[in-house]
Every structure is written in C-alpha cells, then in structure tokens.
Ligand binder design. Sequence first.
Ligand SMILES: [Ca+2]
Length: 523
Amino acid sequence: MTMSAIETFAQTTPEGKKGVNATGYPIVNEPITITIVAQHDIAKGQKKYSEMELFKKLEKKTNIKINWIEIPGSAWAEKKNLMFASGDLPDAFWGNGIDDTDIIANMDNLVPLNDLIEKYGPNIKKVFATRPETKSVVTAYNDNIYSLFQVRETYFPATRTVIGINKRWLDKFGLQVPKTTDELLAALRKFKAGDANGNGKPDEIPLTFMYAMGSGSVRNPSDLFPPFGVYDNTSNNILTYHLMTRNKQVVFTPMDEGYKEAMKWLAKLYSEGLLDKEAYTNTSNTYYAKTRSADDKVGVVIDWTINSAVGSDREKDFVQLPPLTGPKGDKGWTIVSGSQIARNKFVITKKNKNLEATMRWVDEFYSPITSLETFCGPIGEMYKLDSKGIMVPNEAPKDMNFESWKWGNTPADSAPFAALKEYESMILPTASQIERYKAELVVQPYLQKDPYPNVFFSGSDIEVLKEIMPEINSYVQIMQASFVTEGNVDSRWDGYVQKLKDMRLDEAMAIFSKAYKKYLTSK
Ligand SMILES: [Ca+2]
C-alpha cells in the first residue's frame, strides 16, 4: 500500500448518521464522503471511476461523494492483503477484487448486510423477490449476507457455445441442417468422403473444436453432450467444474452413463477421421488457422459466435446447428452457471460510519435504469433516449469498438447491479449483442433446467475441495482426450471410475451435496 492510500484512509467519513433520509433524495442532507477501494485496470483512453459520468450524476442526486482508491490488478493482491492484515480498511470494497476466501477469512471485519438491506435496500429486495437465486448466491453458510451481487441478463447469454455448420457443404450434398446426432454423423461422413470443398484433395476437417477449461471452454464440445443426457460445465469455478443436477441430486458428469455414451460417439467420429486429429491439442492459433482458412477446410466449428470462429468473410457460409436429438430422445443446451449471477461485488467494512447512507447509495445500482447504465453505458454519452424513452446506443468514436468504449465509461462487469431480462424493453441491443442474442434464441427453449448453482462453501470445505478437485479435473481432461482418440471406452470405463474414487471424489461429492441442499433451503 502506498503512503497516499493510507493517508486517504485516515480521513474517514464524518461521524454521525443524523440527516440520513430513509427514502427520497438526497440520501443525506449534509454531504458526506465514503472511501471505496476497487481493483481497476485503466486502459488507454478509458476513465477512472472518479471521472465517470455515472458516479458524478449519482453524487449530485445523493449528496454522497465517493473517495475512490483504484488499484491495478498487478498490485491488487498485495495491497488488499495488507489492508485486511493491518485493519487499515476503506468503508467499502467495490467490484471484482474480493473473493469467497477473503470474506471467510475476514468476517470479523465485514458488516453483515441482512438488516441494512431490509431497511435501506428497496431495489435489492425487489430483485430478491423476482430472482430468489440472487439471495441464495449471496447468503453465506452462516446465513449472513456479506456481499452484494450482480445479475447480467439484459442481452447477455446464459450459454457458452454456438455451433456452426458449413451451409455450402450441406447444399453441395443436398442435405438439410442436421436435427439429430445420427443426421450429423451422416453429414460429417459426406463432408469427408465427397471432397466437400471441391479442390480434389482429401483435406476436409468435418468437425473441429479446441478443448480448454475456464474462459477457453467456448470452443469445447460440451454442447454435443446434451443429446446423451449430460450437461458438462467447465466454465467457471474450477472447484465446481463438471457438476450438474438431476432430480435434485448432484451429478459429476464425467462419471455419468450419458457422458460415457458421448465419449463413445466422439470416439467413433475420431476413428472414422471425422474429428480434427488435433481437437484435444489445438491452441487458438492452430484452431483459427483451420477455421478461418481461405481454403474452406472445416465443416462444423464451435465458438462464442460463428463470426468469432470463421471470421466476417466466411460467416455467411455457415448456419447455426440447433440442439440435436440423441439416440434416446434427449436434447438440450448447457447453461453456464454463475455467468449471469455473481456475488462479492460490494462489501462494507466495520470501518464504515455511514452504514445506512452507504446501503442506500449502493441500492441505487439495483434500480432498473441505473442497472442498465452501469452494465451497458450511461445515458448522455453512450446512449440517447428516443421519443418513447428507450435507450438507443450511439455510434462508438472512430478507432474504438462499442465494447472498449463501454469499459471506459462504466464499471460494467465489475459492479453491483441487476440488469434483468425484462429490462430489454427499455434498451436497444448493440450489433454484437444482436448476433449473440439471435444464436441464444435458437437454443433457449432447450436450456438445461437445473444446473449446479453458485453455492457458498465454508472455509474448511473449500480447503478440502482445493486438495481434491484440481487433480481430478486434470485427470478427467486427460481421459476425455484418451477415450476419444484411443477408443475402447467400455473396457476402460470401470478402471477410470475406480481411479476417480481413489482420488477422493466421493468426499468432494458429499461437500457438493451438502452445499446444494443448503442452497435449496435458502432459496
Ligand atoms: Ca478437398
């Protein structure tokens, strides 16, 4: 921590909560200052939080001035730890820098927010009522709420992948867009055997993907598994990869019968030369060299959008593959649990002498219009209101796309807010939101019903999961590649399951089930 930051902390807000209005504006009659620490990397051309119009508007309305201390990601861990260790704390933390472990380790320094929300959080309470899962997500295992949440639903997908299929190739062989796994298999066989790109060489790659965890999982084959009854989520918290629920029971997908069937199906594709030989070793360089090749080499691609897979020039040659029906009639699309609802976006410390005013201030971010301005961009600079009062996006300045423009004008994903689905009538989407949204509409009727939720583990449970799960996850990853590329899934399956048990999977599953039951009762 720098000296200046410590000095800033020393000038804490004035004592006394007289003059806090329970409703209406301003929130306080006499201006007050609240010190907030945030992790914030500021790219060239972007603004500090202290310079953003959004916060300035709020200061005028509420009479609450924010003394922002913005710390870059590179210095964050050290400075944050020092603040907690020394007790030299701000009034609140904002954004993405606080995680469950920080909260568990520092509960004594944090203010439980339950009563404050009840009395001074009318907007938050409204979101709790319409989205009960938001309350579950922020409720710790001791029933206290230590942090506030974020909801990203307005033009934001609940899914990770879009699958695209080469329409020129389908047309060449007189094929319809496949609706079942069998029809897809038949199409891939045609692609391979029939010189689909017409160059006289057997250079077609009927299906390709790039297997990765976390944010890289947008190019995974996971959405080819729901036809076999499994939803394999590898997108968020490394401790809860591969979990789904079925009939209120937690399932570890890589041990499920459906996953085994999916492995056998992919192994068949691989053995027939229909799957990219490098599907499990591709890097983004090798992947995009194939998908964006001018030689028209690939039949089926997996990515965030078709455009991101094949590029703007070839996008028109591809159409989206709808959810396929599997051999037993199963059909679905994986929901990425935790990408739409997240916790730990705002935390109040025991140093705060203006609890009521602080809660009223942050509650403002959960009003519909402030939520949209926080998530999408402020009215005035980035959006204008049309004659019906609908937010319409302005053109981004030259040499800047709308996304990077947004990051310079609003905290967006690093903020507490609730941009709900139903607010889509209040705002028009941007061009890239429209593309992703259209793809989402195709899979929406078939979305996974009960993904494993974003549960709150206790500190000791997190420690156990950290011991067990990363190792299991790497074993599963290696074995998926092995099952698909080497086959013999049936004969090797029992040994694989036994090995997972030897790696203490049952112990982890007991923790997952306990946390899930707790989550269901807090809902
Ligand atoms: Ca060819």
